[in-house]
Ligand binder design. Structure first.
Ligand code: PLP
Length: 462
């Protein structure tokens, strides 16, 4: 980052006016937006980003859980530029293809659990989940089981905001005043160890959650259920780590009832938990489908992918009859520039053994963040490796929350940003999900900043 690339104050004012007057931001509180303004992030490098005023921050959220290899990787930019000048775009419909899309599909099949050998491309996580549900419905229709339609999701899950993905999402406030396709989705309880029923051990809590799933299958009927979808660790819903053995047991219920098991690895994929995919290596599951996006290209270009088992593909890849085609897909399915970015991104993750860095530095991040528990508002510090969260409460004994208008998560994030660190506020939570290249030294700096930020927050709440 050089000062010559830093926007002038005048330029920043113009950009703010253009933004304010014309850009509808996702997930933004419009009751405060116009008066608060927004931060224009203009430059980035490694673990840092810089705003239009020239302020530099440690990126504690990897953009939005996605810049896994860090910012400013010139070789990804070069790979994209080379592909864009050689052949920026052409259709992948009707037997057409392009080299990066084919090469990436083979690479994903190599990295994924052994039985997932087929890739359906989309442009991001929501679209990947949406496309998946369409394919799952189509699969059961083709098998002559058209009543198998319902998808089992979980409260507080986040699966995106296209119509179907928003319906799968279980964060109630996300769908306030929006419509959803409720006839297609049923939500189970989330696995929230911190707020599990009083007096229940983690093992009993796991039994309780699995029993809820079994009862739901019994009530709705396995003949009406197509799939169960879950994030290996629930992300936006509060970085909730399920009790030991939960995912494997939920998968067993699926297997016993001819229900497909879908892992949404949009956040956990590509190294965040120390492996390319967490399902098999961390949670001992073999999903029928894994969805990914974000870290797949480290956010350098929009890309999502649905990784599909051989068994499913046998059905999906058989024409319905003469002239029948698999009639689903996007103009940008297998976009060559996005796929070129993903290939280079994966090459970097492998070459620098970034998963190993996460396995080494991740436990240190967990341990150091836990030292912040002495602050008055920090009720829980949880997560795994580079996917962490601090839950703020009013009272640690009762776990009672602070009033919503105390905006505690925003306060902590504000205090951290004043000190040069961006973390993510989600209601009363603060999420830390950094680029996967943080070192122990970075962790020490971050924890020092957070220590001050929580102290200042406690002071401001007095
Ligand atoms: N699935 C999960 C687990 C996510 O965390 C997200 C986004 O944060 C999505 C899906 C949606 O992805 P996108 O915003 O790329 O549509």
């Amino acid at each position: 980052m050089t000062t010559s690339t830093t926007r002038t104050e005048l330029g920043a004012q113009t950009l703010w006016r253009q933004d304010r007057d014309h850009f509808i931001h996702p997930f933004t509180d419009y009751s405060t937006f116009h008066e608060q303004g927004c931060d224009l992030i203009t430059d980035s490098d490694g673990i840092y980003v810089q705003d239009a005023h020239g302020n530099r921050f440690i990126d504690g959220i990897a953009g939005l859980w996605c810049v896994n290899v860090g910012h400013g990787r010139a070789e990804i930019g070069q790979a994209m530029a080379d592909q864009a000048t050689r052949m920026a775009y052409f259709s992948t419909f009707n037997n057409l293809s392009n080299a990066p899309a084919a090469e990436l599909a083979a690479k994903l099949a190599e990295l994924a659990p052994a039985h997932l050998n087929h890739v359906f491309y989309s442009c991001g996580g929501s679209a990947a989940n949406d496309a998946t549900i369409r394919l799952v419905h189509y699969y059961f229709n083709r098998l002559g089981k058209p009543s198998k339609k319902r998808i089992i999701s979980r409260n507080n899950a986040y699966h995106g905001t296209t119509y179907m993905a928003a319906t799968l999402t279980g964060i109630a406030s996300n769908n306030w005043e929006f419509d959803t396709l409720d006839h297609l989705v049923t939500h189970l309880s989330e696995a929230n160890c911190y707020r599990r029923p009083e007096g229940m051990s983690e093992a009993e809590y796991c039994d309780h959650l699995v029993a809820e799933f079994e009862e739901t299958v019994e009530r709705i009927g396995a003949d009406n259920i197509a799939a169960f979808i879950a994030e290996p660790i629930m992300g936006a819903g509060g970085v909730l780590v399920a009790p030991e053995g939960y995912h494997a047991r939920m998968q067993a219920v699926c297997r016993a009832n001819d229900i497909l098991f879908i892992a949404d690895e949009v956040v956990t994929g590509f190294g965040r938990l120390g492996h390319f995919f967490a399902s098999e290596k961390v949670f001992d599951t073999q999903p029928d489908i894994i969805n990914c996006a974000k870290g797949l290209s480290s956010g350098y270009a929009p890309l999502g992918a649905t990784l599909i088992s051989d068994e499913l593909f046998e059905v999906l890849g058989t024409p319905q009859g003469k002239g029948g085609v698999l009639s689903t897909g996007f103009t940008y399915s297998g976009h060559p520039v996005s796929c070129a970015a993903a290939l280079k991104n994966i090459e970097i993750i492998e070459r620098e053994d970034i998963c190993k860095n996460v396995r080494e530095v991740g436990p240190y991040l967990e341990e150091r963040l836990k030292t912040l528990s002495h602050h008055a508002t920090v009720g829980d510090v949880r997560g795994s490796h580079f996917m962490m969260c601090l839950e703020n409460v009013a009272d640690k004994a009762t776990k009672e929350l602070l009033p919503v208008d105390a905006r505690v998560g925003d306060r902590v994030a504000f205090e951290a940003q004043q000190r040069g660190l961006i973390i993510r506020p989600v209601g009363h939570l603060n999420i830390v999900s950094p680029p996967l290249i943080w070192t122990r030294e970075t962790v020490d700096r971050v924890v020092d900043i957070l220590d001050e930020a929580f102290a200042a927050t406690t002071e401001s709440l007095r």
